[in-house]
Ligand binder design. Structure first.
Ligand SMILES: *Cc1c(COP(=O)(O)O)cnc(C)c1O
Length: 221
C-alpha cells in the first residue's frame, strides 16, 4: 500500500472527532512531505533536537507536537514552536514550562502523561501523583492543561482495552470536576497496533507512526 492509501485507510477507520497525529520520528523531511501531501497536517516527534531541525527545515506549514519526554533544560528550545506538549510528567517540568513561556508571554498547551501501567521503563506520572500535578497546574498562568496522554503496556486486546478504559475513566472524572486553567479536551492514546481499541475506549487523539510510514529502523539515519 502507498502512504496515501495507508493514510486514507486509517482515516476511514477513525470517527470524525478523533485527531490523527502522524508520528514522524526518525523519518526524513521528504518522507514527511509525502504524508503531508496525503492530507496530514499534524506531526508528532519525540526528541527536541530532531523536532527543531524539522520545524526549521520544513518547506510546508504543519502543526508539530512533542510526544516524547521533555527535559527541563530543553523547554526553552520548543517554546512557541509546538502546538501541544503531550508529555508533562512532573511538577518540576510544569514549573519550568511556566517560567520559560511566561518570559516570552506565551501559553503552553500540555497533556499530563500518565504511566498507567506503572512500568519502570516508561516516563509519565504515576496515578498517585495526579492530584498534586493537577493542583499545581491550577496556579499556572502560562500553562494550560488540555487533557491526558498515555502509552500503555504491550499486551493482548483485553489488556489494551483494560488500560485504555482505565485512562478514559480518569479523564471523564477530571472532566466532571471543574478546575481553573484546565480543560479536559484531549485524551491522547492509541498507536499503530492498538489505536482501534483506544478509540473504542474513548481516545480522541491517536499517534500513529509505523502504520503510516512503514517500519522504523533506528540504526540508520
Ligand atoms: C513512536 C511513538 C508512537 C507511534 O508508535 P507506532 O507504533 O509507530 O505507531 C506513539 N506515541 C509515542 C509516545 C511514541 O514515542
Amino acid at each position: 500500500m502507498s502512504i496515501k492509501e495507508k493514510v486514507e485507510e486509517i482515516q476511514t477507520n477513525l470517527p470524525k472527532n478523533v485527531t490523527l497525529i502522524a508520528v514522524s520520528k526518525t523519518r526524513t523531511l521528504d518522507e514527511i512531505k509525502e504524508v503531508y501531501n496525503a492530507g496530514i497536517r499534524i506531526f508528532g516527534e519525540n526528541k527536541v533536537q530532531e523536532l527543531i531541525d524539522k520545524i526549521e527545515n520544513a518547506d510546508f506549514e504543519a502543526e508539530w507536537h512533542l510526544i516524547g519526554h521533555l527535559q527541563t533544560n530543553k523547554v526553552k528550545y520548543i517554546a512557541g514552536k509546538v502546538e501541544l506538549i503531550h508529555s508533562l510528567d512532573s511538577i518540576k517540568l510544569l514549573n519550568e514550562i511556566e517560567k520559560v513561556y511566561s518570559k516570552k508571554s506565551l501559553t503552553a498547551k500540555v497533556l499530563i502523561q500518565i504511566n498507567i501501567g506503572e512500568e519502570e521503563s516508561k516516563t509519565g506520572i504515576n496515578l498517585s501523583e495526579l492530584e498534586s500535578i493537577v493542583q499545581a497546574s491550577e496556579d499556572c498562568k502560562n500553562v494550560k492543561v488540555m487533557g491526558l496522554m498515555a502509552v500503555i503496556p504491550q499486551g493482548n486486546k483485553a489488556e489494551c482495552r483494560y488500560y485504555f478504559s482505565k485512562m478514559n475513566k480518569i479523564f471523564l472524572e477530571l472532566k466532571e470536576r471543574k478546575f481553573n486553567n484546565i480543560e479536559m479536551k484531549y485524551l491522547s492514546m492509541g498507536m499503530t497496533n492498538d489505536y482501534k481499541y483506544a478509540v473504542s475506549e474513548g481516545s480522541n487523539m491517536v499517534r500513529i507512526g509505523e502504520g503510516i510510514f512503514g517500519k522504523r529502523f533506528y540504526n540508520i539515519k
